[in-house]
Write a protein that binds this ligand. Sequence first.
Ligand SMILES: *Cc1c(COP(=O)(O)O)cnc(C)c1O
Length: 357
Amino acid sequence: MKERILQLQPYKPGKSPEQIKKEYNVDEVIKLASNENAFGCSPKIAKAVQEALKEAATYPDGNAEIIRQKVAQHLQVKENELLFGAGLDEVIQILSRVLLCEGDNIVTANQTFVQYKHHAVIEGAEIREVPLVDGRFDLEGIRSAIDEKTRIVWICNPNNPTGTYVTEEELVSFLHKVPGYVTVVLDEAYYEYVVAEDYPETVPLIKNYDNLIVLRTFSKAYGLASLRIGYAVGNEVLIAKLNIGRLPFNTSTIAQVAAATALDDQEFIKHTVSETRTGIELFEQELETLGVSYYPSQTNFIFVHTKDPQAVFTKLIEKGYIVRPMPNGVRISMGTMEQNKAVIEILKNDINKDLLV
Ligand SMILES: *Cc1c(COP(=O)(O)O)cnc(C)c1O
């Protein structure tokens, strides 16, 4: 096998709620570890999916027309400026597979979504990681790391796991300076949650930059993580080439129908976003009062700095709340208001202040 495969690990899912219930002797387990939508998905989806199940015996439309038309209309782009994948995970794989050769390099941040790196290693590309500054992508640093072998710059905006964002001004100035042979990928998995006024509206920019790709997903605010569907928007020539690296039937009819129904229910998105934002603001306010350091978030999760992430993780899991430990903190996904308040109470009352920074 490829020797470089040996330096990687397969994706390790967290323990199942059932395992945790047994191991920690808790009755109920709330998962706040994967940034899923605590409010589920649009109630209209169940019926549409039920109907689509009648087609289970036939292959899906490989071109995903049902959802392609909807998204094209929603974003005001051409249908051939879109590429659909089994979640963004697959779109990231396609981009890496099509664009990276051995000896090429990618440039990204040192603390961001891990799949960019994973696929670069598989393709034999070098990884250049530029440190975040105050939890934010350092676009100047990234620009300095680009050379003639750079093929992809991955910018996660807002960034997972820090929740911070790159502004329109920073991005436009960066795009202006990046050489045309570098594909700049903006991963906007949390786009719907953003409230900051200076966050860039990037889809119109693909008209000016044929090396720009924007990624969006139905897994987060739309609440369809289990159905696996997301997409890339970009210049039609580049999209056509990426399409060569795509599996013929990569998104199921069920996923296509569910996504189309989800896109039509913008009321659900409004509700999700407003409830989530209230949760984020409550966390920020309470952490402020506690004197605990965190990154201001434009997403459905918050990154809390902790001296001993594993200890904080364990304390929360003993109370039935699963969060995601990181080397320098914990990432907590927003739950319902009741769940958010419960987590805050645990941080306040059950965790030694010395463990939090
Ligand atoms: C969740 C997430 C993804 C993957 O989403 P899927 O569409 O479910 O594969 C990609 N990028 C970021 C930054 C994410 O947080």
